[in-house]
Design a protein around this ligand. Structure first.
Ligand SMILES: [Zn+2]
Length: 223
C-alpha cells in the first residue's frame, strides 16, 4: 500500500489548477482515498478465516472501475438533472486514476490495472526491500494521515473555511501521531498476530475518520 495520507496530500497542492466546478475537487480527494477501502474486505476475510487472495489492489484499483464510476455519475446526473453529479463522478474517476498511478510508482506492489481482466502490473517485481523498511509501512499510514490533517488545518485557516472543525481536527491529528509512535515501536519489538489485528482495526477506523473529515471540510477542499 502507498499510504492513504500520501494520496490525500497530493490533491491539496494541485487543487488550485483544477477548474472550479462544484464536486470536482471533493470527488478527486474522495476518489484518491476510496480505493484502499478494499482493506475492509481483507479484514473481513482475515477475521472469518477466508482467503484474502485478490481482495486488495484489484476491483478498486482498476481503470475500468474508474471509468464505470464516471459513466454512472454522468448518466445519473443527466437523469436527475444534477449537473454537479457529473463533476463529482469525474472527480471520483480522476481520484481513482491518481491513486492507481501513485500505487504503481510508490511502492513495492502491483495493481490489477484492468480488473476484471487479468492485468497485474508490478513495476517492483524484481525489488526486495529490506525488512526493516517494510516494517515502517504500516505505522507510516498514521503519520501521513496526521500530515494531511496538518495541511488541511493550514488550508482552512488560510481560507477562513470550516473553522468550527479545526479543534476536532487538531485532536485527531495528535491521536494519529500517537498511533504512529505506538505502532512504530510495536512493529520493531513484536511479531504477534494480535498486534497486526489491532493495527488493522485502528487503520480501518482511521480510514473512516479520514473520509469523515474530508466530508466535514469539503468547503475547504473545494474553496
Ligand atoms: Zn491503493
Amino acid at each position: 500500500m502507498a499510504q492513504i495520507g500520501i494520496h490525500s496530500l497530493l490533491v491539496l497542492p494541485i487543487k488550485r489548477y483544477i477548474p472550479k466546478h462544484k464536486g470536482l475537487v471533493f470527488g478527486i480527494l474522495l476518489g484518491s482515498i476510496l480505493p484502499d477501502a478494499d482493506n475492509f474486505a481483507v479484514a473481513a476475510a482475515t477475521l472469518t478465516g477466508g482467503s484474502v487472495e485478490g481482495l486488495h489492489r484489484t476491483y478498486t484499483h482498476s481503470l475500468l472501475t474508474a471509468a464505470f464510476i464516471v459513466l454512472m455519475f454522468f448518466l445519473l446526473g443527466k437523469i436527475f438533472k444534477k449537473e454537479n453529479w457529473g463533476y463529482l463522478g469525474l472527480g471520483l474517476g480522476l481520484g481513482f486514476g491518481l491513486h492507481i498511478f501513485v500505487d504503481l510508482l510508490v511502492w513495492f506492489n502491483g495493481v490489477e490495472l484492468f480488473w476484471p481482466f487479468n492485468s497485474w502490473v508490478n513495476l517492483w517485481e524484481n525489488v526486495t526491500p529490506p525488512e526493516a523498511w517494510m516494517k515502517l509501512m504500516n505505522p507510516l499510514e498514521f503519520l501521513f494521515i496526521a500530515l494531511f490533517f496538518v495541511a488541511l488545518n493550514f488550508e482552512a485557516r488560510k481560507q477562513n473555511t470550516d473553522m468550527g472543525v479545526i479543534p476536532t481536527l487538531r485532536v485527531w491529528t495528535y491521536i494519529q501521531l500517537v498511533l504512529f509512535v505506538v505502532f512504530l515501536i510495536l512493529a520493531y519489538v513484536s511479531t504477534s498476530n494480535l498486534v497486526t489485528i489491532i493495527y488493522g482495526a485502528f487503520y480501518l477506523l482511521s480510514l473512516i475518520l479520514l473520509l469523515w473529515i474530508v466530508f466535514k471540510m469539503r468547503n475547504t477542499i473545494e474553496a
